[in-house]
Design a protein around this ligand. Structure first.
Ligand code: SIN
Length: 275
């Protein structure tokens, strides 16, 4: 297989790989650990192949809120029909940050892609951490932050386009509130990484609301620098896996009037340890 880096800091495209081949798994897994986001171009796979590949990484976490694929409830359907306006995942986020054991990563398979747009952008929270000043790093390393599902998937969002169209549901299950370290030791790479994100993180424990808002704001502004970003432009058949403990991601909703369908499987993670 041929691995081409997407940027100088993270992300890679992989050509000539077949995710169905168990003999290629070790190399693909190593690429995932090394690059945080890997796009395996041109896969010809069924939902069963997608599931089998995900299971090699670990147990599957069935998302509580996303509509499932009818035929395969372990696969979430990430779809935007041509007449719908809102896309799922438009805000910068880390999947399942509200869980006590946040997911290892998600594996997105491109089924139907618009003629233009519909990219996914990633930000490396590892590269962003590395670039912080030493005094700021020292301050963050002692902190923990709260993450919640309530304000994103709870009753307050019942009137959004995604909820009205049934793409997001189960508002009554949005009851998670959890504390994680702000700087984690990545369970696979051993590198330090920021673990707060604009969508699910609600506040930093022990700080006043003003302090928390400004510290989180400074982290978010820093992480969103183009230097820490990589962009995946999809073709049907592509499979992208992202490291949930080393990146944020965001779906770009710039294809009004066209359909986009992706299948997503999320792999279970573990409790996060402070750096
Ligand atoms: C997601 O946030 O899981 C969806 C990303 C995408 O559709 O590009």
């Amino acid at each position: 297989m041929d691995i081409k880096r997407l940027t100088g800091l993270f992300g890679a495209e992989i050509f000539g790989a077949d995710i169905r081949d168990p003999n290629q798994f070790d190399d693909i897994r190593q690429a995932f650990v090394d690059h945080s986001v890997i796009t395996l171009r041109g896969q010809t796979i069924t939902p069963e192949d997608h599931l089998a590949f995900a299971r090699r990484f670990g147990a599957i976490n069935i998302n509580r809120f996303f509509a499932p694929l009818n035929s395969h409830p372990e696969i979430s359907l990430v779809v935007k029909e041509a007449d719908q306006t809102g896309a799922v995942g438009e805000e910068w986020h880390t999947d399942h940050a509200y869980d006590t054991e946040p997911a290892t990563g998600s594996i997105l398979h491109a089924i139907d892609i618009p003629p233009h747009g519909g990219d996914t952008i990633f930000a490396s929270t590892t590269a962003a951490y590395d670039a912080l000043s030493e005094p700021f790093k020292r301050m963050l390393e002692g902190l923990h932050a709260w993450h919640s599902s309530r304000h994103v998937f709870g009753a307050d969002v019942a009137d959004t386009d995604s909820a009205r169209t049934g793409r997001i549901g189960n508002a009554h299950l949005a009851t998670q509130d959890v504390l994680h370290p702000v700087v984690i030791r990545h369970p696979l790479s051993g590198r330090k990484s920021l673990f707060v994100n604009p969508q699910f993180t609600t506040r930093i424990e022990g700080l006043s609301p003003i302090e928390s808002r400004h510290i989180l704001g400074a982290i978010y502004e820093h992480c969103q620098k183009p230097e820490f970003q990589a962009r995946v432009r999809w073709q049907p058949g592509d499979v992208t896996m992202w490291d949930n403990r080393a990146t944020w991601h965001k779906a770009i909703n710039d294809y009004q009037g066209y359909r986009r369908e992706m299948h997503r499987i999320t792999v279970e993670g573990c409790a996060l340890v402070a750096a």
